[in-house]
Design a protein around this ligand. Structure first.
Ligand code: CMP
Length: 140
């Protein structure tokens, strides 16, 4: 199995409820090492740029407003098959459809305020990691 890195975001609905530690414990318990992490308050321009792929979607403006309403914690997770593993640990985008024991099932409030983001493929992981971190900030 390949060692991969993926970009994770603990979203405003989770930081507002002080869930960072509990969510990090889920990642570490699943073999995902946190090799970079910082807490940021995204500007509107930063949230728009990060989610530019969704700019034609009806939920885009609300998503940007949500992602800028409180701090986020951005992270690089590293481990075997980290991209898929993280998506398993997060659960489905819509918490109503997420499996028992996943982060979104246990913590998310709705399809938008869904507590965490994780990259969906190797190319997007590389782009999303580079959006937030320089190489010297990632310590494996
Ligand atoms: P994320 O994995 O960060 O990718 C895009 C985000 O847009 C998603 O999690 C949700 O926060 C949000 N999102 C996706 N689909 C919808 C939807 N149908 N309505 C509202 N927000 C959505």
């Amino acid at each position: 199995m390949a060692i991969e890195r993926t970009l994770s975001i603990i979203k405003p609905d989770a930081t507002e409820r002080d869930l960072t530690g509990q969510i990090n414990a889920r990642f570490e318990g699943a073999g995902l090492r946190i090799v970079a992490q910082k807490r940021l308050h995204l500007s509107e321009a930063q949230a728009q740029a990060f989610y530019a792929v969704h700019k034609e979607r009806p939920f885009y403006a609300d998503l940007v407003a949500f992602m800028t309403r409180a701090p986020v914690v951005v992270q690089v997770l590293e481990g075997e098959n980290a991209i898929a593993r993280n998506r398993e640990v997060m659960g489905a985008t819509d918490p109503a459809k997420a499996d028992t024991g996943t982060i979104r099932k246990d913590f998310a409030q709705n399809i938008e305020a869904n507590s965490v983001h994780g990259s969906d493929a190797p190319e997007t992981a590389a782009q999303e990691i580079a959006f937030f971190f320089s190489a010297i900030e990632i310590v494996g």
